[in-house]
Design a protein around this ligand. Structure first.
Ligand SMILES: Cc1cc2nc3c(=O)[nH]c(=O)nc-3n(C[C@H](O)[C@H](O)[C@H](O)COP(=O)(O)O)c2cc1C
Length: 355
């Protein structure tokens, strides 16, 4: 693992100092947040989920190195939609503290409310470079790494991690202490180890233990598929908020169901959501990308309804967004009166990702 210079003594010490405008978490709209997901939580999807009531939104992971090298593709990934009522964070990954420091101004200029660091990515290509969950293997180094970044950027700093590398290396307590000592605003925890990947269930007991041992806000994450599970995670573990990832893909109404703005029995209109997504995608992307994002959402929304597999096949054939929208309208009109499908948290769905 790279060991770039540790704490810079000359810089002002912002660690453990209360944020200028109070705690960042107190500005969250509610306790039900959208989890970062690569290839999914881009600027358009985040705006859509903002409109669907998510309390806080975090970007997909973006390479700090890519931003240092001014890669056009990476630059496009840090766009932020404007809504003064919502907290939006940009998540970066990397192994050099200096890279984060160099690019923090770009994140700030885009209008991000905080910079989040990915400490949970289990993907081999990422951990081999000492990034993502590899940073959890050495909590002492992690503390110096985060402290250096904290002292050299103006944006609030947050982190998202796993419970450790494996069962023998459950470093979560030490890593949360490292984040707290470094002056992070909160820690989001996906309750699995790196080695677990997406297997088994998220360890909520461990999250409760972490919460008991720290005064830092803790965001619980893993396996929330419906509003009841979100309430249970809050109640059973005492965490300050929850992040919902895959559950929101199939049910983007989950945030409003959690806050009580939507009753669970209400059958929402998937057609309107797809049309809105198209409106957001169209001005930002070329046809190929617009089609890709639109098809993905249509397929997630169909999950659990009769004929969903055939619909999925059909979705990847039409060559134009107009036809995709028409076919989706037709399918969703046919299932509008059916009860909303319920999903079990142990059911396999998208068993891979960058955190
Ligand atoms: C397709 C996919 C991509 C993901 N990408 C990221 C990412 O970029 N950054 C991150 O911190 N976590 C990422 N994750 C992890 C999620 O944020 C979340 O921790 C995980 O899916 C467990 O929560 P869930 O059961 O609510 O989905 C990703 C997960 C999936 C399924």
């Amino acid at each position: 693992m790279n060991r770039n210079a540790l704490v810079d003594e000359k810089k002002p010490d912002r660690t453990n100092a209360p944020a200028k405008n109070g705690r960042l978490i107190d500005r969250a709209r509610n306790a039900y947040w959208m989890a970062p997901m690569s290839g999914i939580t881009d600027v358009c999807y985040r705006q859509l989920m903002d409109e669907m009531g998510a309390g806080v939104l975090v970007s997909e992971l973006v390479s700090a190195k890519g931003l240092v090298f001014n890669s056009e593709k990476t630059r496009r990934m840090i766009k932020i939609h404007k809504n003064p009522g919502t907290l939006v964070g940009l998540q970066l990954f990397g192994d050099y503290a200096d890279d984060f420091i160099k690019v923090a101004h770009l994140v700030q200029e885009q209008g991000a409310d905080f910079l989040d660091i990915n400490l949970g990515c289990p993907v081999k290509k990422v951990v081999q470079k000492g990034c993502g969950s590899a940073l959890m293997r050495d909590p002492a180094y992690l503390e110096s790494f985060l402290t250096k970044i904290r002292r050299n950027i103006d944006l609030p700093l947050t982190v998202k991690m796993r419970t450790g590398w494996n069962e023998q290396e459950l470093t979560i307590h030490e890593c949360v202490a490292a984040a707290q000592n470094a002056g992070c605003e909160w820690v989001a925890i996906h309750g699995r180890t790196r080695v677990q990947g997406y297997q088994g269930l998220a360890d909520w007991d461990l999250m409760a233990e972490v919460k008991q041992r720290t005064t830092l806000p803790i965001i619980g994450n893993g396996d929330i598929r419906d509003p009841d599970r979100a309430q249970s995670l809050l109640k059973e573990t005492g965490v300050d908020a929850v992040m919902i990832g895959r559950g929101a893909l199939r049910n983007p109404w989950i945030f409003k169901q959690c806050t009580g703005e939507l009753r669970e029995t209400l059958n929402p209109t998937r057609r309107a959501l797809l049309r809105r997504f198209h409106e957001l995608l169209n001005p930002r992307y070329d046809t190929r990308r617009t089609l890709l994002y639109l098809r993905k959402l249509a397929v997630w929304l169909a999950f659990g309804y009769p004929g969903a597999a055939a619909f999925r096949g059909a979705m990847f054939q039409p060559p134009t967004t107009r036809e995709v929208l028409e076919r989706a309208e037709e399918y969703f009109t046919g299932v509008d009166d059916l009860p909303v499908p319920r999903f079990d948290e142990s059911e396999a769905f998208m068993m891979g990702g960058h955190g």
